[in-house]
Ligand binder design. Structure first.
Ligand code: AP5
Ligand code: MG
Length: 243
């Protein structure tokens, strides 16, 4: 494993299982050495939520949590929390990536998500989706590049669905500039937004195409009102959960 990833793993208090080179001491990773992945897709249901910057991923995830009792994990929110965590060695790295609209190294995001999933499963939740050690997760803004999809599938588990919120750049730009008036997000400005659009087209669209070939993508037009978009998203999720 490259030195930078070793340092990242250390900073994130990770368990040493990266790229399969080291032996793990954690419960979750012990399981991974005997099984192919950390979590079994039969008990842990993962829905990836993708779409361009400002497409409405976060807004819709909140509604789907209410509908189906998901645990919502936003890659962007997890990264911002890590950036602000006192003592994080990678705060500056994350801050720069976010401002430049580029992607934070794959090991950082995958491990933040994996750790958050482990914690949620340990904690448990109410509802049908969480009985008998089961869990259901909306993983928002991930995977944003093929590397992330491959590492997650190999190390964590396979998704049951990719919910893809699709709209035009004009709509996304208008939403983000409006939000930027009050959000305080360092990337809600025109320069960063253009870079985010570029990264999305170059790196994330191939991921959507990859899952489309597997028949796992449900595309939802997110140009309409929050309510309209929610109705379509909810139908798509319901189909998968009741399958
Ligand atoms: P992230 O935080 O994920 O940002 P993003 O993908 O660019 O998208 P946003 O969160 O800004 O938008 P959203 O689609 O969630 O829309 P929202 O619901 O908020 O990532 C930020 C950065 O972190 C990345 O650029 C990267 O650097 C890094 N990063 C993140 N994930 C990573 C990964 N996997 N790997 C590596 N690096 C990663 O809505 C936006 C606005 O529109 C809101 O004001 C909302 O109220 C409004 N709105 C929403 N829906 C509607 C609607 N239907 N009608 C009208 N207004 C609406
Ligand atoms: Mg978001």
């Amino acid at each position: 494993m490259p030195a930078i990833l070793d340092k990242i793993a250390h900073a994130l208090h990770l368990d040493g299982r990266h790229g399969g080179h080291k032996k793990s001491k954690s419960k979750a990773s012990k399981k991974a050495t005997s099984a192919a992945t950390t979590f079994d897709s039969k008990t842990v249901n993962v829905v990836f939520v993708l779409g361009g910057p400002g497409a409405g991923k976060g807004t819709q995830c909140k509604r789907l949590v209410e509908d189906f009792g998901f645990c919502h994990l936003s890659a962007g929110d997890l990264l911002r929390a890590e950036q602000n965590r006192e003592g994080s060695e990678y705060g500056t790295l994350i801050q720069n990536c976010i401002k430049e609209g580029s992607l934070v190294p794959v090991e950082v995001t995958v491990n933040l998500i994996k750790n958050a999933m482990t914690a949620a499963l340990k904690e448990g939740r109410d509802g049908e989706g969480w009985k008998d050690g089961k869990g259901r997760f909306l993983v928002d803004g991930f995977p944003r590049q093929m590397d992330q999809a491959e590492v997650f599938e190999k190390e964590v588990c396979k998704p049951s669905l990719v919910l893809f919120f699709s709209t035009t750049e004009e709509v996304m730009l208008a939403r983000l500039l409006e939000r930027g008036k009050t959000s305080g997000r360092e990337d809600d400005n025109e320069e960063s937004i253009k870079k985010r659009f570029h990264t999305y087209k170059e790196q994330t669209m191939p991921v959507i195409e990859y899952y489309e070939k597997q028949g796992k993508v449900a595309t939802v037009d997110s140009s309409g009102s929050v309510e309209e978009v929610h109705q379509h998203a909810s139908e798509a999720v319901k189909k998968v959960l009741s399958a």
